[in-house]
Structure formats: structure tokens, C-alpha cells
Design a protein around this ligand. Structure first.
Ligand SMILES: O=c1[nH]c(=O)c2[nH]c(=O)[nH]c2[nH]1
Length: 299
């Protein structure tokens, strides 16, 4: 903590400055005619020896947030081959800590929009892209001047729904409880998750695909019969467990899974036969947990 003025009881605590929502589009034009396209939204946060700015009102040595914004574009240009969103974030963080003497650490958070290459007549298009889903890929890297790098990856708004093989029963009952036990319901969520890598990964794109697939497989189970879910909590744990057991490079995974209720509808002059539902988004249950490795767990 830095000292404040003599008369005051106050002193400066933790401080940081950065730029939010820097939107970056990047196209790499490959020799074979294929274009690779990414759209990012970047947040930068710098930790730097800028106490004098808060205490004296002088800005010497400060990396202006406008400069931070420009650096997002500069580093995107410098990366001359297609790379993962994590590699972009690491390169940007490294640039800040190496370029500016007062910056001790940088946190770079990047969201990647879900643009996908389109197919026309069954063939992958050279330069055509479309967004059909809501899923946003995310990364958060922390780069320190010492050279240490922590990488977290994840996604949000992966919407999943299974129309059977879900129930919820045996919970605490009292005078406030209205919900009946059920062995048959519809389960839907919009999954948000982040995971941490032990010391980074060789191929972040490949890891992402693998982890995402493990989560989806565990949510649904096998194609014909699925897997029964006694609660969102149990399904969440099984999803995290399958990542921890199948991906040795992952240290922990945090899953946030709203329970987006599809309530039974009792149509006029008819009974509910698990066919017509009333979808709701408010209110919804919020279920979140971290699944971590037994050894080496750091959380
Ligand atoms: O899977 C569920 N978990 C809960 O914690 C919960 N609470 C609730 O009302 N319905 C459900 N479903």
C-alpha cells in the first residue's frame, strides 16, 4: 500500500487500469486462397507503478488506456499466421509487460465471436462465414514481467436441452415446498464454464474442441438411451469429472449452469402428457461448482 497525504487517514490500495470491449476483426489470407477470420472483444488490465497518478495527479510513465486499445490492433497485425485466441491474448500480455517498464503484470480477457466457415454445395467456402449459434469462446490470460503466464479458457451461452432422462426428487420438503417430485422432466441450460491449464497447452484450439465435446457427451449420454440426470448438480459434476479425467492438462473447471425451466402445461380439457411445456427464463435456478483435480488442486 502506498502512503496518502499526511492529514488524511486514507491511503491507496490495489489499483489497475485498462480498456474494455476493444473490438478487433482479423483476417489471415492464406496462400491456398482460404481466408481465416476472427472477431474478438478484448479487455486489457494493467498493473503498474502508477501510485503518483492517484496521489499526485501526475501521469508520467502511464500507458494510456487509448494506447492499450491501439496495442490490441498492433499485436493482431503482428501475428502473421492464424493462431488461437489464447495465443493472441498471451502475445498481447507479453507486449505490455515487455514494452512498458512500470507494468508488472497484464490481464488480457478476450471473447471470440462464433463465426464459422460456411459450406456451399457441400464444399467449405474460402471466404464465407456465418454465425448460427450463441456460444462465445473466452480466454483470460495473466502475464507477469517474470515471464509467468496463467491461461484460463472457456465459453458461455452453450445452450443444451434434453427432452427426457431427467428428474428431480428427494429434496427437502416443508410448508414452503410446492414442487412435486418427478422422474420425468425436460432439462435445459445455457452453460458457462472456464478451466485452467497447468502451464498452458500445446494446441489450444484442439484442447478447446476436446473439452467442449467431453462436456456435451457427459450432459447427454449415449445417442440412443442417454444418461439419467437426478439433478443439474449431478450432471454438472459428471461433466466436470469427464474433463478432469480425460484432459490431464486441465487443473480445474468451473461450470455455471442455469436451470432453464420448461414447466408442465395443463392444456384446457386435457392432461399433461409430457408434450406441451411453458418455457421460462425468469426466474431460473443457478447452479455453479468447481470440479478440480485431487492432486495439485490450487483453488
Ligand atoms: O436439478 C435441480 N436442482 C435444483 O437445485 C433444483 N431446485 C428446483 O426447484 N429444481 C431443481 N432442479
Amino acid at each position: 500500500m502506498s502512503k496518502g497525504t499526511k492529514e488524511s487517514q486514507a491511503c491507496l490500495g490495489r489499483h489497475q487500469h485498462g480498456k474494455s470491449r476493444v473490438r478487433v476483426g482479423r483476417v489471415w489470407r492464406m496462400a491456398d486462397g482460404k481466408n481465416v477470420f476472427r472477431e474478438y472483444s478484448v479487455n486489457t488490465t494493467l498493473f503498474s507503478a502508477m501510485e503518483h497518478s492517484y496521489l499526485e495527479g501526475t501521469n508520467d510513465g502511464m500507458t494510456a488506456t487509448d494506447t492499450q486499445k491501439n496495442m490490441c490492433y498492433f499485436v493482431a497485425k503482428q501475428l502473421d499466421r492464424p493462431c488461437s485466441v489464447e495465443e493472441y491474448a498471451i502475445a498481447l500480455g507479453r507486449k505490455f509487460v515487455s514494452e512498458y517498464p512500470l507494468v508488472s503484470a497484464a490481464i488480457i480477457e478476450v471473447d471470440q465471436k462464433p463465426w464459422q466457415r460456411v459450406s456451399v454445395d457441400g464444399e467449405a467456402h474460402n471466404h464465407g462465414f456465418a454465425i448460427s449459434g450463441t456460444e462465445v469462446r473466452m480466454t483470460r490470460v495473466e502475464v507477469r514481467k517474470s515471464g509467468e503466464v496463467d491461461v484460463q479458457s472457456g465459453f458461455r451461452e452453450l445452450r443444451l436441452c434434453k427432452t427426457t432422462q431427467s428428474g428431480y426428487e428427494g429434496f427437502h420438503r416443508d410448508q414452503y415446498t410446492l414442487l412435486p417430485d418427478t422422474k420425468e422432466r425436460l432439462m435445459a441450460s445455457s452453460v458457462m464454464c472456464t478451466w485452467s491449464y497447468f502451464g498452458g497447452a500445446q494446441d489450444y484450439d484442439m484442447e478447446y474442441k476436446k473439452i467442449r465435446q467431453k462436456l456435451v457427451d457427459a450432459f447427454f449420454g449415449t445417442p440412443k438411451s442417454g444418461v439419467y440426470s437426478p439433478s443439474v448438480q449431478k450432471t454438472l459434476y459428471e461433466m466436470g469429472e469427464s474433463v478432469i479425467d480425460g484432459c490431464p492438462e486441465v487443473e480445474w473447471i468451473m461450470l455455471n449452469m442455469p436451470n432453464l425451466h420448461f414447466n408442465p402445461l395443463h392444456p384446457v380439457a386435457s392432461k399433461f402428457e409430457h408434450d406441451v411445456y411453458f418455457p421460462t427464463s425468469e426466474p431460473h435456478g443457478t447452479i455453479e461448482a468447481v470440479v478440480q483435480r485431487r492432486q495439485r488442486a490450487r483453488l
